[in-house]
Design a protein around this ligand. Structure first.
Ligand SMILES: [Zn+2]
Length: 465
C-alpha cells in the first residue's frame, strides 16, 4: 500500500531533439500515479544537462534519503533512463528499495519493464549491464582520445626544429625567441610580412634550416599555435609541454590578422550555415562568426577584437556541427510536435493574407504619391510626409506578417523528413538557412572538454517549432 509516492524527472541534454519536456514527464507520471492509486507526495526534478558529466543530482540524492527514511514509499519515473545514468546507480537504487522493502513500488510510464516483479527488475539489470559494457567501450575510446591529445601536446618526432626552439623542440633559444617576439609585435603593429622578411634577411637572421625568410614561411611561423606553447586539434587549443614564446592572446591576434589578410579584407564567402546569429557563444552570448583556421578548416569562433562583441574563448569546427544541426532539423521535421506547431501556424494564414493585401495596397499608394509628386500635383514636403506615414505602416504590417507566417520555408517538408534529407544536398545556402531558421531559433555552444573530439553535447538547440 503506497502512501507517499515520489515522482522523479530529469532534464537532460539531448541534441537529437527527442528530449522529453520535464513538464510532460511529470504530467505522465501523475496520470500513472492516479491509475495506480498512488498518492503523490513530492516531485523531484534535476537539471542534468550533460549526461556524461557525472555531475551531482541533488534532487535524486534527496529522494534516495527520503526513501531511506521512509517518508516516501514509491517512485514513478517516465522511463528508467530518467532514474539512472549508469548501471551502478541502478544497482544502488535497487539495493536501497529492496532494503526498505518497497522494491515493488516502482513504476515507469513507458512500462518498459514491470518493475513490480523480480523478473522485470532482472531484465532492467541485464539491459543496464549491456549499457555499462557500451559505456565502458565509450570510455575506452575516450581514454584513447585523451592519449592522442596528450601526444598532440607533446613534442612530435619528425620535422625540422621550429625557429625559436632548440633541437629538443622544448628549450627556448633566447636570441631566436627575441626575433619572434619582434616579428610578432611588428606584424601586429601593421608592418607587412614582406617588409619584416626583407629586414630579417638584411640583418642576416636565418630560418632554422639556414635559409632566407619568405613571407609564407614567416606567416606560417607566426600563425602556428606552437609558438604560443599550444597545440590545436579540431579547432580547439591545448596547452603543450613546451613554453610559449608569445602569449596565446598575441597568437590569436596574429592568426586573426594574418588569416584574414589572405582574403584581402573581403568577407568570407557565405558557405556557413550557422551565421547571422544562429550560433551563440555559451560563455558570453555573442553570435559566433565564420572564421576558417589557417589551414582553411571551416570553423566558427566567438570573435573578440575591435568592433567584435565576443569573448574570444569559444570555437567550433563547422563540418561536424553543421552535420549535427541538419540531423536535428531533419529529425524534428518528422516529429508530431512539429506537425502540431505547423497546424497552429497555418491557422494564421488567413490573417496573413489580409496583411499581405494591406502591404500591397500601401505600396500602390506610395507609387501614386510618387506620380503625383512627379506631376507636381503635390509638393515635396507633402510627398515626404505622406510617404513616411505609409512606409511606417508598411514596416509595421511586415513585422506582424513575419511573426505570423514563419513556416513557408518548411511547408513542403513537414512530416516528410525523408524528402528534405534527399533534397538537402541540392539546396542553396539561403534555402538551407531558411529551413534551419524556421525550426531552430539558435544553438548555444558550450566550451569543449579536451579529449572529447567532436561532442554533440556541447550544442544545445533552442527550437522555434
Ligand atoms: Zn564568447
Amino acid at each position: 500500500m503506497v502512501s507517499a509516492a515520489a515522482i522523479y524527472a530529469r532534464i537532460s541534454s539531448d541534441p537529437a531533439g527527442t528530449r522529453l519536456g520535464v513538464g510532460r514527464q511529470i504530467a505522465d507520471c501523475e496520470a500513472l500515479a492516479e491509475r495506480l492509486g498512488w498518492p503523490v507526495a513530492e516531485v523531484y526534478v534535476d537539471n542534468d544537462v550533460s549526461a556524461y558529466s557525472g555531475g551531482d543530482r541533488p534532487e535524486y540524492r534527496r529522494m534516495l534519503e527520503d526513501l531511506k527514511h521512509g517518508t516516501r514509499d514509491a517512485v514513478l519515473v517516465w522511463q528508467l533512463d530518467r532514474l539512472h545514468r549508469q548501471p551502478r546507480e541502478l544497482e544502488e537504487f535497487f539495493d536501497l528499495v529492496a532494503a526498505v522493502g518497497i522494491a515493488e513500488n516502482l513504476a515507469t510510464v513507458t512500462g518498459e519493464y514491470d518493475l513490480s516483479t523480480g523478473e522485470g527488475r532482472l531484465m532492467a539489470r541485464i539491459v543496464g549491464a549491456v549499457a555499462r559494457k557500451e559505456s565502458d567501450d565509450k570510455s575506452l575510446r575516450l581514454r584513447r582520445k585523451h592519449a592522442e591529445l596528450a601526444a598532440a601536446g607533446k613534442v612530435s618526432g619528425g620535422g625540422s626544429r621550429p625557429f625559436g626552439y632548440a633541437d629538443d623542440k622544448v628549450t627556448v633559444v633566447a636570441a631566436e625567441a627575441k626575433v619572434i617576439r619582434e616579428m610578432a609585435s611588428r606584424v601586429l603593429a601593421g608592418d607587412s610580412l614582406r617588409s619584416v622578411c626583407v629586414d630579417l634577411n638584411g640583418r642576416g637572421v636565418r630560418t632554422s634550416l639556414g635559409n632566407d625568410w619568405t613571407t609564407s614561411g614567416l606567416k606560417r611561423r607566426l600563425m602556428s599555435p606552437q609558438v604560443s606553447g599550444r597545440t590545436e586539434r579540431d579547432g580547439e587549443f591545448f596547452e603543450a609541454q613546451w613554453p610559449g614564446i608569445i602569449t596565446a592572446e598575441e597568437s590569436d591576434r596574429l592568426r586573426h590578422k594574418l588569416g584574414s589578410r589572405t582574403r584581402s579584407g573581403q568577407r568570407p564567402p557565405r558557405r556557413y550555415l550557422l551565421t547571422g546569429g544562429l550560433l551563440l557563444c555559451g560563455r558570453c552570448g555573442a553570435a559566433m562568426v565564420a572564421r576558417p583556421r589557417g589551414d582553411k578548416t571551416r570553423r566558427y569562433v566567438c570573435a573578440k577584437g575591435p568592433g567584435l562583441p565576443g569573448c574570444g574563448r569559444m570555437s567550433a569546427t563547422a563540418d561536424p556541427l553543421e552535420k549535427l544541426i541538419v540531423e536535428i532539423v531533419v529529425h524534428r521535421l518528422g516529429t508530431a510536435e512539429l506537425e502540431a506547431a505547423l497546424n497552429d501556424a497555418r491557422r494564421h494564414s488567413q490573417q496573413a493574407a489580409e496583411l499581405e493585401d494591406q502591404v500591397a495596397a500601401d505600396q500602390e499608394m506610395l507609387n501614386e504619391l510618387a506620380d503625383d509628386y512627379a506631376n507636381r500635383l503635390i509638393g515635396r514636403p507633402e510627398w515626404l510626409t505622406a510617404r513616411e506615414t505609409i512606409q511606417r505602416r508598411i514596416d509595421h504590417t511586415r513585422s506582424r506578417l513575419s511573426r505570423l507566417s514563419p513556416t513557408t520555408a518548411i511547408d513542403e517538408y513537414a512530416g516528410h523528413a525523408d524528402l528534405l534529407a534527399a533534397a538537402w544536398p541540392d539546396l542553396g545556402l539561403p534555402r538551407r538557412q531558411g529551413i534551419v531558421r524556421v525550426i531552430i531559433d539558435h544553438v548555444v555552444a558550450q566550451s569543449a572538454v579536451p579529449g572529447r573530439g567532436f561532442d554533440r553535447e556541447r550544442f544545445e538547440p533552442a527550437f522555434r517549432l
